[in-house]
Design a protein around this ligand. Structure first.
Ligand SMILES: Cc1ncc(COP(=O)(O)O)c(C=O)c1O
Length: 407
């Protein structure tokens, strides 16, 4: 396995060279990651050189449109889908809201949707609200101790009235990576579509959405080294079957059907910088130079680096009697998103970490149902420390030392 060149990686993120951030170890990555240089450069270039209405014949406009298309083409390829199966919206929450409107028109009273109590509210509330239209909502519940979603639990909920199963690739508080391929296969066999919230997973590597078998796959670029956009894959069969939510004259264009808002041109264009970064990361480590192969290589590289840092952190936390670690203690099947319930409210502990140079967050992280499902009062909340491949081993050491002081 190739070892991650951490100096190369950090050189791609201006935040690590930023004087005002020196001495601060960043552990709130699941809230929003640092932005990679190619994204910032493209955003700056767009505003300087191309900030005009895109897709006209004059040069600035042509370049603006071409760069927006480039972002969709390259990112779709990395996700293993067709270019027009990927669209951009203001955020994942807004994207699920629009999708839920489409399903509201498409489904009939008596149809059912399976949701989980492990999800962030973005992939839960919009679906649950369809109960007001006569849609039956079935909740796939986690194990209240471990936060694990058991496939047998889903199987018991599926029958021929279920039209959609909405679940996370990885919860933003439990951290366990769910077996998306198995869940999608089970849902499909029962005749249901799937909507996968990939927000907490994508920063740790782009998924091959086609291989997972998801009908909808969502994530947020601002947590994945990019600008503040929500990326939404909708596979063609489903996207063309659902009623169009965009302007009527755009209905034949799959990527415009679920984006009723005028898109943020500059941020879409700048999203191509995410592909630049992933490709540079792969190439620098001797991997493929472009496309899906580069994305798969970068995924495994990131994952390997993260696991090496995650294991000691989980070992440390498991050894503390005062800590209730949320999710499993084994690094292997979880993302480096580590929540813990403590005697003191999560926000208070995060506040105590700040003067020690640890940037972390506390609270419910909009996973209110998940915390309730785990028996944690959302008002008390959890402390969450989350990192990515760009985190240095020294920073994890500092985190452990700081936790030792405040716990
Ligand atoms: C797992 C998960 N899903 C969805 C969201 C919502 O994403 P957005 O802020 O783009 O609406 C978040 C944000 O924290 C999240 O962590």
């Amino acid at each position: 396995m190739t070892t991650l060149d951490i100096d190369f990686v950090r050189a791609q993120f201006p935040a690590f060279g930023e004087p005002s951030l020196q001495g601060q170890a960043f552990f709130e990555n699941a809230g929003g990651s640092y932005t990679c240089a190619p994204v910032i450069d493209r955003l700056t270039r767009y505003y300087h050189q191309r900030k005009v209405q895109p897709y006209s014949a004059y040069e600035a406009s042509r370049l603006a449109g071409a760069e927006m298309d480039e972002a969709r083409t390259r990112l779709a390829a990395m996700l293993g889908v067709e270019t027009d199966e990927l669209s951009f919206g203001p955020s994942t929450t807004q994207n699920t809201y629009v999708l839920a409107q489409a399903f509201r028109q498409h489904l009939r009273p008596g149809d059912a949707i399976v949701v989980t109590n492990q999800d962030h509210e973005a992939n839960s509330g919009p679906w649950r609200r369809l109960a007001a239209d006569g849609i039956e909502i079935r909740e796939w519940q986690m194990d209240p101790e471990t936060g694990h979603l058991d496939l047998a639990g889903l199987e018991a909920l599926l029958d021929d009235t279920v039209r959609l199963v909405a679940f996370p690739h990885c919860s933003n508080v439990v951290g366990e990576v769910n077996d998306v391929a198995a869940i999608c296969a089970m849902a499909r066999a029962a005749g249901a579509w799937t909507c996968v919230d990939g927000v907490s997973y994508a920063p740790h590597g782009f998924a091959d959405v086609a291989a997972l078998g998801a009908d909808i796959y969502l994530f947020s670029a601002y947590k994945t080294y990019g600008p503040h956009q929500g990326l939404m894959v909708i596979r063609r069969d489903l996207g063309m079957a659902l009623p169009n939510q965009g302007h009527f004259f755009n209905e034949a264009s799959l990527y415009k059907r679920f984006t009723p808002a005028g898109p943020d041109h500059a941020q879409i264009a700048a999203s191509a910088g995410m592909a630049d970064y992933i490709e540079a990361l792969s190439a620098h480590h001797g991997g493929p130079a472009s496309g899906a192969a580069a994305a798969r290589f970068a995924h495994d590289l990131m994952r390997g680096a993260e696991l090496a840092l995650l294991a000691p952190l989980l070992d440390y936390l498991s050894s503390k009697n005062s800590v209730r670690l949320i999710g499993g203690a084994a690094a292997q099947n979880r993302a480096p998103t580590v929540a813990m319930a403590l005697q003191a409210p999560g926000e208070d502990v995060a506040e105590r970490l700040a003067p020690l140079g640890i940037m972390a967050g506390g609270g419910d992280f909009y996973a209110v149902r998940a915390l309730r499902g785990l028996g944690v009062d959302p008002d008390h909340g959890v402390l969450r420390v989350s990192f990515t491949h760009y985190t240095h081993a020294d920073e994890v050491d500092r985190l452990i030392t700081a936790l030792d002081q405040v716990l």
